[in-house]
Design a protein around this ligand. Structure first.
Ligand SMILES: Nc1ncnc2c1ncn2[C@@H]1O[C@H](COP(=O)(O)OP(=O)(O)OP(=O)(O)O)[C@@H](O)[C@H]1O
Ligand SMILES: [Mg+2]
Length: 298
């Protein structure tokens, strides 16, 4: 996968607080990359450094395979702080002002308003916009000039469920057009629903990162049953990553110490002449995984 962003040992302290501590990661083209962490874990600090808003103490990063520059910055759209628009001007005029400041043409204005489902309200004054509409207008303004990357910090903060759903749809739409998205959030649910990849941050340190689907498919245990339970119970301990076995009501629960796939388990047992009558994965949610990770670390 083509790398859009490469971060290497990035660190930033504020006095004694290590806000970001030796953070390294890569974002590939087209990824919807989520930085997930509780309040104060260093998400905004990370994004601010990547946008050149604050300098890192140590470490480096490259955008599009180049050291950060004014040119690379122009290829990135972002919403980091709460949206700031002129209350008595309408959406179109506000976006024209943003386009002027960013030195972008007005050509995209209708399109970004449509993307953000604000086209019908384009001539309404900003002050009449709901909180959710304001947030969508901020994303629309970040999309002016067709950036290759969109950076969003807590895009659904303070929104109601409908507002959250609208932002989620907007992000999915932007991602479907091939735009790479880097998003910070303290909400598991948000990352789980929007992102393809997740990096979990705590106290400025990366605890874990991985494909959201893979994180979800990490299974604690697999339930199994077969006509010949005796044969099954003798074969199961030979499975790679096997740790223990428990039995209830004619079904065994097999626990593993590492990631296992049910398909592999099935194939392994089939080779041994065992046809399973029951095979069910007990998935851990990203939430459980996230909470465990936060507990494990002092
Ligand atoms: N300008 C600053 N001066 C002093 N300390 C700061 C500054 N900016 C951030 N910090 C500290 O750095 C740490 C990380 O803050 P940051 O805002 O990056 O976290 P966050 O993950 O974005 O949190 P939240 O979910 O609350 O937005 C916190 O301990 C915070 O108090
Ligand atoms: Mg923040």
């Amino acid at each position: 996968m083509e790398s859009i962003l490469q971060v290497d040992q990035l660190s930033k302290s504020f006095g004694k607080i290590k806000a970001v501590n030796q953070l390294s990661f890569k974002v590939g083209k087209g990824q919807v990359f989520g930085i997930l962490g509780p309040n104060g874990s260093g998400k905004t600090t990370t994004l601010s450094m990547l946008l050149g808003l604050i300098p890192p103490d140590k470490g480096e990063f490259s955008w599009f395979g180049q050291p950060p520059s004014k040119e690379s910055r122009k290829r990135i759209g972002s919403v980091i702080e709460s949206p700031n628009f002129f209350p008595y001007l309408d959406a179109v005029t506000n976006l024209q002002i943003v386009a002027d400041i960013k030195d972008k043409p007005y050509d995209d204005i209708d399109e970004v308003l449509q993307l953000a489902s604000l086209y019908e309200r384009r001539f309404s004054k900003f002050r009449t916009f709901s909180f959710g509409m304001r947030q969508r207008l901020a994303i629309a303004s970040a999309l002016l000039g067709k950036p290759e990357v969109l950076i969003l910090d807590e895009p659904t903060n303070g929104l109601d469920p409908q507002g959250i759903a609208q932002i989620r749809e907007l992000i999915a739409l932007v991602a479907s057009r091939g735009t790479t998205i880097l998003l910070a959030s303290h909400l598991l649910d948000e990352v789980q629903k929007i992102c393809t990849y997740v990096l979990v941050l705590r106290n400025g340190v990366m605890l874990f990162s991985g494909d959201v689907k893979e994180v979800l498919s990490v299974s604690d245990s697999i339930e199994m049953a077969a006509a010949d339970m005796h044969l099954l119970k003798t074969a199961v301990p030979e499975l790679p990553g096997f740790s223990s076995i428990t039995e209830t009501d004619g079904i065994i629960q097999v626990h593993f110490s590492s990631t296992v796939k049910t398909s592999e388990v099935n194939a392994f047992l089939y080779q041994k002449g065992i046809v399973l009558s029951h095979l069910s994965e007990k998935k851990r949610s990203l939430e459980q995984h996230f909470l465990e990770l936060l507990q494990d670390t002092p």
